[in-house]
Structures are given as structure tokens and as C-alpha cells.
Design a protein around this ligand. Structure first.
Ligand SMILES: Nc1ncnc2c1ncn2[C@@H]1O[C@H](COP(=O)(O)OP(=O)(O)OP(=O)(O)O)[C@@H](O)[C@H]1O
Length: 208
């Protein structure tokens, strides 16, 4: 499902990151660990096609993503990849349901109100669909980030520090929800973190 070979990247004139090869089957989970500044977010941006690698190959669901044009890549990311970022990427002027709808890019998905409502219900957001995202608690915003990452049923979900701002109880709950949703969507899951509370939940790990 996700396969990389010889992946390297450098920001301008800075030193080159040399990433280990990754091979992840459908529905598998992978935890990428490492200290601050080692390049975890950079790797996630490469895997999701936000940054182009200096060299190496990234294959997702049999598509080599650097062979895609900008437009094809946007379309591929919109349909096949789910992103859960460290900083929430919500549209503050829209309500919860409209934010979810925004992530359903394609006409067929857009009509899928049922899918939106079902994921909102599983993540405890049903009573908040008409609220502006600024009115949500931190835990609710974290759950909305998961809903947005998965509402379009992507093949693979990349999550960057999904538990960084959470206490122990919410951390365990969010990880369970993330796993359950990925399972229901048949999605592979790649989590990038330096939060050691996450490690016991995901035995398949690489350390940068
Ligand atoms: N846009 C950029 N331009 C130049 N250097 C950058 C840029 N983004 C990140 N870096 C540098 O690249 C290195 C790796 O950053 P990255 O965010 O990938 O690390 P990380 O392992 O995710 O760190 P953290 O755990 O603190 O989030 C850091 O030294 C950072 O300063």
C-alpha cells in the first residue's frame, strides 16, 4: 500500500535527510518515532506528496506519486490520502458539518450525508454538527481532525502528532478512535510522533 525506496530530501542548502525504506501492506499500521528535528514531519510531507523528494520513489496503492502532474497529485491526494495534522486545518468560519463536507471533494462523496453523519456519530460529534469549530473543546477538535482525515475513506491516513496536546485519558481514547476508524475504512495508518504513550498501541515501528 505504501512503499518507499531510497528516499532523500534537503531544504535548500541544509544537510540531506536520508530516510529508511518503508513497506506497508493494506490495513497495516506504522509508527514513525524519533526526537524533535530528526525529520518526521518532513517524511510525512514527502509521503503525502506535499513536498517532492530530492531522490527516491514513493508508491501508494500502486501509483508512483512523483510520476503524477500537480493536478493529478491533488486529485490523488483528495481521494486516496487522509491527513491529520499537528495544527488543526479547519475553516473557522464554517460549522463542523461544512468542514467535513469540504473534505468530500468529489461529487459522489459530496452527496454522502449519511457517511458524514455516521462518522460524526462514532466520534461523538453528532450534537455539534451545526457549531462553528471555534466553539468546540480541544478534545472535540481532535476528534473532528480524525473525522476530516477519514470522511472520504482514504486508502492511507497520515497522522502527525495526533496526541501531542492531550492528557492520558484523551490520548488513549483518540488512539482507539483512530484505529477503529481506520479499520472501518480499510485504511492503512501511518502515525508520526515523539509521544511515547503511543508506542504500546502500535507495535510496528521505525525510529528515525
Ligand atoms: N520549510 C523548512 N525550511 C527549512 N528547514 C526546515 C523547514 N521545515 C523544517 N525544517 C528543518 O528540518 C528539520 C526537520 O524538521 P521536521 O519538522 O521534519 O522535524 P520533526 O522530526 O517533525 O520535529 P518535531 O518532532 O519537533 O515536530 C528541522 O531542523 C527543521 O528546522
Amino acid at each position: 500500500m505504501v512503499k518507499t525506496q531510497g528516499l532523500q530530501f534537503a531544504y535548500n542548502d541544509s544537510s540531506t535527510f536520508d530516510f529508511p525504506d518503508i513497506s506497508l501492506k493494506p490495513k497495516e499500521h506504522l509508527l514513525i518515532l524519533g526526537p524533535s528535528g530528526v525529520g518526521k514531519t518532513t517524511l510525512l510531507h514527502l509521503l503525502s506528496g506535499i513536498l517532492p523528494p530530492s531522490s527516491g520513489l514513493i508508491t501508494i496503492d500502486d501509483t508512483e506519486i512523483s510520476s503524477l502532474s500537480r493536478k493529478e497529485l491533488d486529485r490523488f491526494r483528495g481521494s486516496q490520502i487522509g491527513l491529520i495534522f499537528q495544527q488543526y486545518h479547519f475553516v473557522k468560519s464554517l460549522n463542523v458539518e461544512e468542514n467535513l463536507k469540504l473534505r468530500q471533494h468529489f461529487p459522489k462523496q459530496l452527496k454522502d450525508t449519511e457517511r458524514r453523519r455516521a462518522i460524526a456519530q462514532r466520534l461523538g460529534l453528532s450534537d455539534h454538527l451545526q457549531k462553528k469549530v471555534g466553539q468546540l473543546s480541544q478534545g472535540q477538535q481532535q476528534r473532528l481532525a480524525i473525522a476530516i482525515g477519514l470522511v472520504h475513506q482514504p486508502k492511507v491516513v497520515f497522522a502527525d502528532e495526533p496526541t501531542s496536546n492531550l492528557d492520558d485519558k484523551n490520548c488513549a481514547q483518540v488512539l482507539q478512535l483512530l484505529k477503529d476508524e481506520a479499520e472501518l475504512c480499510n485504511s492503512s495508518l501511518v502515525i508520526i510522533t515523539h509521544d511515547h504513550r503511543v508506542t504500546e498501541h502500535f507495535p510496528n515501528q521505525i525510529v528515525l
